[in-house]
Design a protein. Structure first.
Length: 171
């Protein structure tokens, strides 16, 4: 009984694999999704650059995990500024149409991210009066991530919070 079921299953799998291979290679087969290999034209010469930018960004965001910390803000500003400078070194006129599109989109994205950093910096300075200890707390997170021990220079970051707690809780 088990042998018979195994043979039926093996036969069904062989039939299904043949059917799949015919559909994948048959341009006239009825399918919702066309054969994408036939649709792909020339690729942009900036495709590896775009992939590298994405990989570098992902690495940095994993490393600087405290959003809006002083270290993270500075590193992201440096990252986008240096990428824009390197992108400007590429001769735009020598690129293919696809390369020019990638160049314009990447430059626009880098410029946009720098503008967002400037906007967040402005908002942060506006809220500084409400959260005067935010940078010191985020610096503690940066120090923890870097496996640094809390030194007396970093300890004052705790005191404003302790004072606020004493004020709120009446201790």
């Amino acid at each position: 009984m088990i042998r018979k079921s195994a043979l039926i299953l093996a036969g069904a799998l062989c039939f299904a694999s043949r059917l799949d291979s015919q559909v994948a290679h048959d341009p006239d087969a009825k399918s919702e999704v066309p054969n994408l290999v036939a649709l792909v034209g020339t690729t942009s010469e900036l495709a590896p650059v775009v992939n590298r930018l994405s990989n570098d960004y992902n690495s940095i965001t994993r490393r600087y995990d405290a959003n809006d910390s002083p270290d993270q803000r500075q590193r992201m500003r440096d990252f986008y500024t240096s990428w824009r400078a390197r992108l400007a070194e590429i001769d735009f006129d020598k690129l293919s149409h696809e390369g020019k599109v990638d160049y314009v989109l990447m430059n626009r994205e880098l410029k946009h991210e720098l503008a967002l950093i400037d906007r967040r910096e402005k908002q942060r300075t506006e809220t500084l009066a409400l959260l005067p200890f935010a940078d010191r707390l985020l610096a503690l997170q940066d120090a923890r991530r870097d496996l640094k021990t809390i030194t007396p220079a970093l300890r004052p970051a705790r005191s404003p919070l302790s004072r606020k707690q004493r004020t709120v809780y009446g201790h």
